[in-house]
Every structure is written in C-alpha cells, then in structure tokens.
Write a protein that binds this ligand. Structure first.
Ligand code: PLP
Length: 230
C-alpha cells in the first residue's frame, strides 16, 4: 500500500476518533440537507466539524476542541466573533423591533455607511445574497444596453444563477450544465482570465455583449488570481 494512502487513512482515523459528536450530528444532518450541509463550502470528508460557540478568533466544537477560526464568517467577521459592541447593538435592536416590515431610520444610516465605503455607489439596493445581486445587475445591463450577452472569466464565481454558473469550476470546456437551458448558456461568453488583448478582441467581434463581470475578490479569489494589467 503506498505511504500516502496509509497517511491519509491514519489522519482520517484520528479525525473520526477525535470528533465523535460532530459525526453524530452529521448523521442527523444527512437526513435533512443534501450532502448534509447548508453551504457547499462546508462539505468535508468524512464529515464537517460542528461548532457550539465562538469568541474573538476562536471556535469551540461539540467535542470540546478549541479551534482557531480561519473562516471568519466567510469574510464577514472583521471584528471576530461576538465582539461586545456588536452583541450590545444587536441586543438593543432586537428589543426595539426585529422586522418592522416598513421603512425605518436605521436603513438610511446603513445605506449611507455603504456609500461611505463605496463612494461610486450613487444609490444602494439591499439584496438577500450575492447571487441575487449579480442576477439583478445583469438584468439591469440588458435593460440599459438592450444587449443580451454577458462576458465572464473561467473560474470566477458570481453566485449560482443560470447566467453566471457556466465556467465556475473546471473543466472550462463549455459542456452543458444540468438544469441550465442551452439558450441561456449561450448568452454567457467565457474567456480565460488575465488576457486583456483577448477581451478587447472579443468585445470588438461580438456586439451582443452588454457587460463584463469579474471577481476581483470573493469565492474563488486566491485560487484564480488576477494578474498585472488585467
Ligand atoms: C464574488 C462573488 N459574487 C457572488 C457571490 C454569491 O454570493 P451568495 O453566496 O451570497 O449568493 C459570491 C459568494 O461567495 C462571491 O464571492
């Protein structure tokens, strides 16, 4: 048996014996969620770790391990877990109104903070997810330009709606994506990243392309770096 197989096996055995309560929860989760997880990125072999609580840069799992959290809430936890100022603000608001279902002053303050962070944002629209944001942005492009096509780059991730899901993951061979209508898939033009000359050439040769979408940071950033002039 090759040494690498032995090593992988002994690591897996150690993992299974150190995290028995996570295993039990995963067995339950598999009866509820596809692949047992609520986000694809949490899918781990042989099972993921289940977290009980977190504080600052650390998480504690259901088997009593203290773990350093390199995940940082998918990038959202600039202040770490349960920062006292955040906890206090959330508690204060939860006692005042949890979902007003109406306009309120805090939404204006929140929108203004977004504008301060992104000065080019003349107006702000809140969405429930990044998938929804890119879906709406592409619809807006079609209305504004009257052009149906979007140009995207192989390996760049923009959520999981039909127009951006092609060429998210390798192989980038343009094969049909199950459930995505062929007529929709042909409206998405795929190029390899990091080739500005090819982008110019493609835009010049296809007048039906209304916009370019790219991932300067996000889901696949780091794995698919953007280089130089690009
Ligand atoms: C660049 C980028 N766009 C869109 C999305 C999709 O966001 P969501 O998972 O909220 O739908 C992501 C998520 O990782 C992303 O990194």
């Amino acid at each position: 048996m090759p040494a690498s197989t032995l090593t992988r096996r002994s690591l897996t055995d150690r993992y299974q014996s150190e995290f028995p309560n996570s295993r039990k929860l995963f067995d339950q989760a598999r009866q509820v969620f596809p692949s047992g997880v609520t986000h694809d990125i949490r899918y781990l072999e042989p099972f993921p770790v289940y977290v009980e609580r977190a504080q600052g840069a650390h998480k504690w799992d259901v088997d009593g391990h203290e773990l350093i959290d390199y995940f940082s809430g998918h990038g959202s936890l600039l202040l770490g877990h349960c920062h006292p100022a955040v906890v206090e603000a959330v508690q204060k608001q939860a006692g005042r109104a949890t979902h007003p279902g109406a306009c309120h002053e805090s939404e204006i303050e929140w929108g203004q903070l977004v504008q301060r962070l992104i000065p080019s944002a003349e107006r702000v629209r809140f969405t429930s997810s990044g998938t929804e944001a890119t879906l709406m942005a592409l619809r807006l492009v079609r209305i504004f330009t009257g052009k149906p096509k979007v140009l995207k780059f192989a390996g760049h991730f923009h959520g999981w709606h039909d127009f951006v899901v092609p060429a998210c993951d390798p192989p980038y061979d343009g094969a049909a994506i199950p459930g995505v209508l062929p007529g929709v898939q042909t409206e998405t033009v795929i190029l390899p990243p990091n080739d500005p000359a090819l982008v110019e050439q493609t835009l010049a040769s296809d007048p039906q392309i209304g916009c370019i979408i790219l991932e300067p940071t996000g889901g696949h950033f780091g794995a698919v770096p953007i280089r130089g002039d690009f």
